[in-house]
Design a protein around this ligand. Structure first.
Ligand SMILES: O=P(O)(O)OC[C@H]1O[C@H](O[C@H]2O[C@H](CO)[C@@H](O)[C@H](O)[C@H]2O)[C@H](O)[C@@H](O)[C@@H]1O
Length: 364
């Protein structure tokens, strides 16, 4: 399985590289003239590079779509060994609480596949009422942020909780809660959008992608404000290569955009060095925990893009990541939960533990 977040490099850079090599060869002195490549050959080479690139995308699309997994004894072994290295956060609850003693827990939650189950239609990925109630209680106990690939407004419409921090567009659109706590009531309202200069480009690419992919049945393009998603969950696997080719044909004109991959989705975003991990650090800083050793961030997510946040926590040696997955995956998360139902159970236990701790304190 692919390692951390699968960044697919800009196809244009591959083309540029091919051109650079050819031009340098043509400048060589006569004895080495045989290296010079004819225009026809150059075009052929460029076509091969482009085809290789599209094939790599399709391989990656297949690798990230565990629909063909058959249960075999070796798979069962892999699962057992993975569970050993990434035990269930529910089973390890007491140990997790022990590790957080004396520290401020801060919660970071991905949305799709973490708080809501994965469904075919991205516009119908609703969160259950029970989950919303749980997250509301959680936010009363700990500072809580939603960190999503989606457009911030859209994820807010699903979650509907004004007391949370929201980081939309993979962390490129961060906003503090509308309901301010007593301690931060006087602060300036926080809005951070490090990719705002890309807005017109993203709009343009969105429109082009809608147009270019409309001949592929099942393809769906979603405008996530600072990034765009091209969904292939409902596209017949035989047509994934065609879809990848269509996306490539649009992206090759935009070297300032890059492609990453999520669960049956190609995600197009600015090349700026900003991701969910950077958003996590930014939020910790905004909350006043930049250089604190007594903070305990917990990040729960299911996707490759969440790996950036898991990695930051691992590198900082603070708190931990929890990967939501039924299947073994290479991850920097420390623990696992199988699906959103288990996420809700884990969050409930955190709330219950905190409420009991507060009651015990008030009796002292
Ligand atoms: O960071 P996230 O909140 O996990 O957002 C990542 C993508 O989530 C959404 O797509 C995923 O969920 C859909 C609904 O369940 C599903 O149909 C799709 O196959 C998944 O990839 C969202 O629609 C995308 O825009 C986000 O990039």
């Amino acid at each position: 399985m692919a390692a951390t977040q699968n960044v697919i490099t800009d196809p244009k850079s591959v083309l540029n590289m091919a051109i650079t090599v050819t031009v340098s060869a043509q400048k060589l002195p006569a004895p080495l003239g045989y290296i010079s490549i004819s225009r026809k050959k150059l075009l052929q080479n460029l076509e091969i590079s482009a085809e290789t690139r599209v094939n790599a995308w399709v391989d990656s699309m297949r690798a990230s779509s565990p629909t063909h997994i058959k249960s075999t004894p070796s798979l069962a072994d892999d699962q057992a060994s993975w569970n050993l290295h990434h035990p269930s956060a529910l089973e390890m609850f007491e140990q997790i609480i022990d590790a957080s003693k004396g520290k401020q827990i801060v919660m970071f939650l991905d949305y799709d596949g973490t708080l809501s189950p994965i469904v075919e239609d991205p516009d119908r990925a609703f969160m259950s009422k029970k989950m919303r109630k749980t997250v509301r209680k959680l936010a009363k106990c700990f500072p809580t942020a939603i960190v999503s690939g989606r457009c911030r407004d859209k994820v807010y419409k699903f979650v509907k909780l004004a007391e949370l921090y929201y980081a939309g567009s993979h962390g490129m659109d961060i906003k503090a809660p509308e309901i301010r706590s007593k301690s931060n009531r006087d602060n300036e309202p926080l809005l951070f959008q490090p990719a705002s200069e890309f807005l017109p480009m993203i709009d343009e690419v969105y429109r082009q992608l809608v147009d270019t992919t409309k001949s592929t049945p099942g393809a769906k393009v979603e405008n996530n404000k600072f990034c765009v998603s091209v969904h292939f969950r409902c596209v017949n696997e035989k047509r994934w290569s065609e879809l990848a080719q269509q996306v490539r044909s649009v992206l090759k004109e935009y070297p300032k955009l890059r492609l990453t991959q999520g669960r049956k989705v190609l995600e197009i975003r600015p090349t700026i060095k900003w991701d969910k991990g950077k958003a996590l650090e930014f939020l910790l800083e905004s909350l006043g925990y930049a250089n604190c050793s007594d903070v305990f961030p917990v990040y729960i997510g299911d996707d490759r893009t969440d790996e950036d946040a898991f990695k930051i926590l691992r590198d900082r040696g603070q708190g931990f990541g929890i990967l939501v997955s039924k299947f073994p995956k290479e991850t920097s998360a420390s623990y696992s939960l199988q699906e959103p139902g288990e996420v809700m159970d884990f969050l409930r236990r955190l709330v219950e533990w905190k409420q009991l701790a507060l009651q015990a304190q008030s009796r002292m």
